[in-house]
Design a protein around this ligand. Sequence first.
Ligand SMILES: [Zn+2]
Ligand SMILES: [Zn+2]
Length: 309
Amino acid sequence: MALTWRDVRDRLVRALVQANRHDLDTEEKAYAFAEEHLDFSLTHTFGGHSACVEFETRASAEADRYFVCDMGSGARAFGEHVLARQSGRPATVNVFMSHVHWDHIMGFPFFGPAYHTPFHIRIFGCHDSLEHAFRLQQAPPCFPVPFSHLTARIEFVHLAPGETREIDGVVVTAQKQLHSGDSYGYRFDADQRSFVYTTDSEHKLEDRVDTENFVAFFRHADLVVFDAMYSLADSISVKADWGHSSNVVGVEMCQQARARRLALYHHEPANDDQAIARILRETRRLEELTREGHPIEVLAAYDGLEIEL
Ligand SMILES: [Zn+2]
Ligand SMILES: [Zn+2]
């Protein structure tokens, strides 16, 4: 859930109380105080953007290459970062689409590089409807700028699930997932590191074949970004078949796969920061209690989170 004005006011009030009797008469002192003394809950938010995750390899930044998963509303900020870093130099942006539900494509009309000629945007995905969905959301009466007016070179590239291919130095494998209209997870291997992006994916724990497939897909990953929208109770009762998974399933699969890090992702929109922080604490506790010698670092994804693998 995005911050409301009430949340901002309440944080400010708590920060002012904590700052009382500290001599903060310059912005430098106030910044230092905020960084060292204020709680995470006052200086961060789990955010209001929908799916958009960038990753880099050792070579990609210098080679004018970008990689990003999904084009949710976070694509606007990602586009600004690309434009600022390139400052006029051409670049290739490789986009990997989990599926074309609206929360995963809605940022594209606001993605700055799409409006700049020197950019080459390659949109990878496994759905036949990939290009249609991107064009449709910019057709009247939904958006003022039609897709055909975008000036970047935009290419749609079909990937076959289960097949591995190399894209700009990254070995990419897509995996089909259970979700309304299907979705696809991606495993990326480069620089002896592995990153799995798996969102909008429901798992039936009683389905042994599904579990084994995903455990193999997550095997020894340095980071698994995992759909943990629901609690386990929700995901096996009221919200069964809604196409999402839980933090509990994420821990179990990452333990079996001996993954290094698990980032809880695609937070339930109804949850505020406090609720997500509570789920994170509970998930870390669960990981500790069920651990069999192999620790997993558990994180909750938030806007601006950067992880070095
Ligand atoms: Zn979806
Ligand atoms: Zn979604």
